[in-house]
Design a binder for this molecule. Structure first.
Ligand SMILES: C[S@@+](CC[C@H](N)C(=O)[O-])C[C@H]1O[C@@H](n2cnc3c(N)ncnc32)[C@H](O)[C@@H]1O
Length: 461
């Protein structure tokens, strides 16, 4: 295949001016060279650029004064998107290859090998009666496999913009939103008007500082303001088993507290996604059960809320808050045993099955289509299968999917629903913040905000 390697310049990153002069005059068809103005556009070529949802059609303009080809593409917006979504910087190389006829591909070039970074060719990896697992880039796979307006729920935990990298190659926090945008556009297009997108995101710290990255808020704003989603509601997943990190700020300098919640954005294509909180009711608290037993006097609360007699109606279960408490402590599942037996590394960032289950129950009916575009070990697929929803999972890493197959080997390997309602182990306790106030002597606050590492005093715990 005929190809040429082009260096990304500041002008390519900022203005989309990708200089293709080095490809040579015969690399592009002669009739793809147009005049200076848009009205003088020539017969376009088609460019499939990795990271972009749609192929691009463009020609090469000529200089108004000299009449010579300018050797940049007339349509330059896609170049900026391509540079951003592949995290390219001035000095990086890209490979442009002629696929045949008037079709070309553009891909980042691997610095080490000099070959184009190949996105794994997508393939159907596994199927069940209700679902399919694909190996490949979800932008390409979902674009090809699914019709617009065909999906009821996309529930996913994308790679986070973590400061500390995971094995699967996270994107840096500041480039994260640009990277995610093409996925956001595709997800909106694939959802039914009643459909929802659930994105589970961990927070992140700014490197070297005890301050938080805003990337997850920026992503939310971009998904709503630029892609066109509505924020149906924000949820917080409290993981009581989270470790106190980053240790430097939390356990060494003691200037921040344990970061124990993930952000779960519930977004929708319209303001009216189908949903019912009746599907996710929780048992009444002990206080509420006492109140129902002993009766309640209707009165006006100090907040101004008029609590009527209806408050004491026993509805058998409570409407849950937007805080989901689940410890992520899977240790002896069939999935983990299978990975060990086969010598596979278990996925390093699985979410607990209760997270997708909560939203699959609340937002879909049996037979609906549920998609996880960053599926990892296919927890969402397993839950969807058990709840009799149709499903599609996609991931780029073959080893993760080899482990994921364990979840669908036999119906009885799917985790069972609890048979009886044993509530004794179904709640987590958290102290009232004042439980320890006045019980411990106050320490002196560091006047420099902790920027110099204090020597540990023997008297301090
Ligand atoms: C946080 S993990 C998801 C874990 C999953 N929720 C589970 O419980 O196993 C994110 C996954 O996204 C995958 N990924 C990253 N970019 C992708 C892409 N363009 N297409 C498909 N998968 C991708 C990574 O390989 C990784 O497994």
């Amino acid at each position: 295949m005929e190809s040429c390697v082009i260096e990304i310049t500041e002008a390519a990153k900022k203005h989309g001016n990708l200089n293709v002069a080095c490809c040579g005059k015969s690399f592009f068809p002669e009739d793809a060279i147009g005049g200076a103005t848009k009205a003088e556009s020539a017969n376009p070529i088609t460019i499939v650029a990795s990271g972009l949802v749609e192929p691009v059609k463009t020609d090469i303009p000529s200089d108004g004064k000299t009449g010579r080809p300018r050797w940049i593409f007339r349509d330059r917006k896609w170049v900026r998107e391509f540079v951003a979504s592949n995290n390219l910087n001035p000095g990086d190389n890209v490979t442009i290859a002629r696929l045949g006829g008037r079709s070309y591909s553009v891909q980042p070039t691997d610095k080490r090998t000099g070959f184009p970074v190949t996105v794994p060719r997508s393939k159907l990896f596994h199927r069940t009666k209700l679902g399919r697992i694909y190996l490949g880039d979800s932008l390409a796979v979902l674009n090809k496999q699914l019709a617009p307006g065909s999906v009821d729920l996309i529930v996913t935990s994308p790679p986070f913009g973590l400061v500390r990298k995971k094995d699967y190659g996270n994107v840096d926090a500041d480039k994260y939103v640009e990277w995610f945008k093409p996925f956001g556009n595709l997800f909106l297009r694939l959802l039914k008007p009643t459909g929802s997108l659930i994105v589970d995101m961990g927070g992140s710290w700014n490197p070297g500082f005890p301050t938080r990255s805003l990337y997850h808020y920026e992503l939310l704003l971009t998904l709503c303001n630029e892609c066109g989603f509505h924020l149906a509601q924000e949820f917080f997943w409290w993981n009581p088993s989270k470790l106190p990190t980053p240790a430097e700020w939390v356990t060494v300098r003691r200037i921040r507290v344990k970061d124990a919640v993930n952000f779960v954005w519930w977004l929708s294509r319209t303001p009216w996604p189908k949903a019912s909180n009746r599907r996710v009711l929780s048992p009444y608290s002990i206080a509420m059960r006492d109140l129902l037993k002993n009766g309640y006097k209707a009165k006006l609360r100090p907040s101004g809320h008029d609590i009527s007699e209806k408050f004491s109606t026993d509805n058998k279960a409570a409407i849950p808050p937007n805080l989901i408490a689940v410890a992520n402590t899977e240790s002896n599942s069939y999935y983990l045993r299978y990975c060990k037996e086969k010598g596979l590394s278990p996925h390093p960032a699985r979410f607990p099955s209760e997270i997708p289950e909560y939203f699959i129950r609340m937002l879909t009916d049996p037979g609906d289509l549920v998609v996880d575009p960053f599926a990892g070990s296919c927890v969402a697929g397993e839950v969807a299968q058990r709840l009799k929803r149709r499903w599609i999972c996609v991931d780029t890493v073959e080893e993760y999917l080899e482990g994921a197959i364990a979840r669908f080997r036999r119906e009885d390997t799917l985790f069972p629903l609890p048979k009886s309602r044993d509530l004794s182990n179904s709640y987590y306790k958290i102290y009232h913040p004042g439980a320890n106030w006045n019980c411990e002597p106050d320490v002196v606050l560091p006047s420099d905000g902790g920027s110099a590492r204090a020597k540990r005093s023997k008297n301090l715990k």
